[in-house]
Design a protein around this ligand. Structure first.
Ligand code: CTP
Length: 442
């Protein structure tokens, strides 16, 4: 008996899939179809799949072409499957031509002509429509953001309008330059704002008033009043206002929070973390003060604290060091009824950027830079019991937050499922204390 194997995602099953499966089956007597697991698709950067693995398997099963269906869960599994199922032929569409030649060591490799004019990607885009996204701001972040958008289906970056005269987009990105923000807003359904915090409130208001959904760099606002006004306007206009904090959507960070919440280290008693950076050619006497300490790191340093301990702290002491008007370093202590959190935020100063979450049964250690998490450990008294976890962080990592932003627009959901409005009010309250000089100066 000749056994044939083929693999795919089979999202929103279409006639291209059917034709491929029929031809694969005709190559032998027995067809095994490998359907990718949800996690495997996410791990390989395919973030836009609409159906779950169960729905996709059911659809393939219902065709009655496959003799056996298996789930593909990891890189390299194809070799294991071919050997363990004693497969004679590996078949796949011609879009993969050459990519699986390495399997010819184990069986025959056949590339079948792909059906023209149809793909899951196209069906997904037709179903949902394309969101036209403009970028306000400039620099390398704009280019990285635009590149990351290509991994999320249904978004088209239409162009860029700089906010500063020295940020000519011709030099920083290959995106279409717009003469001004008004023109860009006219052509956009959504905008990404990259600029320092003091510009956010007016730019967000302008974008919302032009009926654009907004994803804006972190932290969002200088004060809770600004935050309340903007969220009220977004709600009135039925538009999404989203803070771009890529750490929050990184798979490792999410898993870490879930582990702590499910009791992996007992009760959380202390959180210690730092975020510091010395940018290239840094000169804090020349700098915009809104690039200093909490103006830049505000959300990130408070994120693990507010996620794990909530925003109802009893006291918050902020110690600050300034160079002239520039806030170089802030250390904050937040006391809760049963826990304490300490954070450091610095610009033009460097420290160990790790995160330690102390619990009654053990602690979690995330090495620097913890805000780009890929790996963490759960440690207890007995170091031999240390558990290690690693999760890939695809590309620049922005694709996860872009995906979430787009999903919120599509489902008309104005509430971010991981970062509430109250969290953002609490963060902007602490930033407003820095802004009004309510700190202990060192
Ligand atoms: N396939 C095909 N003809 C098409 C689309 C897909 O022959 N028009 C084949 C692929 O080459 C692959 C299998 O069907 O062998 C499963 O592909 P999959 O990636 O699930 O489908 P796509 O439509 O290509 O999905 P996407 O757009 O998400 O990449």
């Amino acid at each position: 008996m000749k056994k044939v194997i083929t693999y795919g995602t089979y999202d929103l099953l279409h006639h291209g899939h059917v034709a491929l499966l029929e031809r694969a089956k005709a190559l032998g007597d027995y067809l095994i179809v490998g359907v990718t697991s949800d996690q495997f698709d996410r791990d390989r950067g395919k973030l836009n799949v609409h159906q779950s693995v169960v729905e996709r398997i059911r659809a393939v099963e219902a065709l009655g072409i496959a003799d056996e269906i298996i789930v593909e869960e990891y890189q390299g599994q194809k070799i294991d499957d071919i050997v363990s199922h004693d497969v004679d032929i590996f078949a796949i569409g011609s879009d993969w031509k050459g990519k699986f030649d390495y399997l010819s060591e184990y069986c025959d490799v056949v590339y079948l002509e792909r059906t023209k004019g149809i793909s899951s990607t196209e069906i997904r885009e037709k179903k949902a429509g394309i969101i036209r996204l403009g970028i306000i701001g400039g620099g390398s972040r704009a280019a990285r953001f635009a590149e990351e958008c290509t991994y999320v289906s249904g978004v088209d970056v239409i162009g860029i309008s700089p906010t500063r005269p020295d940020e000519s987009p011709e030099f920083t990105t290959s995106l279409t330059p717009y003469p001004n923000i008004e023109e860009l807003l006219k052509d956009s359904d959504a905008v990404y704002i990259i600029d320092t915090i003091e510009t956010h409130a007016p730019l967000i208001t302008q974008a919302l008033n032009a009926d654009c959904h907004v994803i804006c760099e972190t932290p969002l606002f200088l004060s809770p009043d600004d935050a309340r006004t903007a969220f009220k306007l977004a709600e009135e206009k039925n538009l999404v206002l989203f803070e771009a904090v890529k750490t929050l959507w990184a798979p490792a960070f999410r898993r870490l929070l879930l582990m702590v919440e499910s009791g992996a280290i007992g009760d959380v008693k202390a959180i210690d973390l730092a975020c510091t950076q010395i940018p290239e050619n840094f000169d804090n006497t020349q700098k915009n003060i809104y690039e200093g300490s909490l103006y830049d790191w505000g959300t990130l340093v408070l994120l693990p604290i507010f996620q794990l301990l909530g925003t109802s702290y009893s006291t918050c002491d902020l110690y600050e060091m300034k160079t002239g008007d520039f806030s170089t370093f802030v250390r904050g202590h937040l006391a809760y009824e049963h826990a304490i959190a300490t954070f450091s935020a610095g610009r033009g100063i460097k420290s160990e950027g790790h995160l330690v979450i102390t619990g009654t049964h053990g602690y979690i250690y995330v090495p620097a830079p913890w805000w780009k998490p890929e790996y963490f450990e759960i440690r207890t008294e007995d170091l031999r019991e240390t558990k290690r976890y690693s999760f890939s962080f695809e590309g620049e990592g922005m694709r996860y937050e872009i995906l979430e932003f787009i999903a919120m627009i599509r489902t008309h959901n104005l509430n971010n499922r991981l970062l509430s409005h109250d969290d953002i009010y609490a963060i902007s309250h602490i930033i407003s204390r820095l802004d009004s000089g309510d700190t202990i100066r060192i």
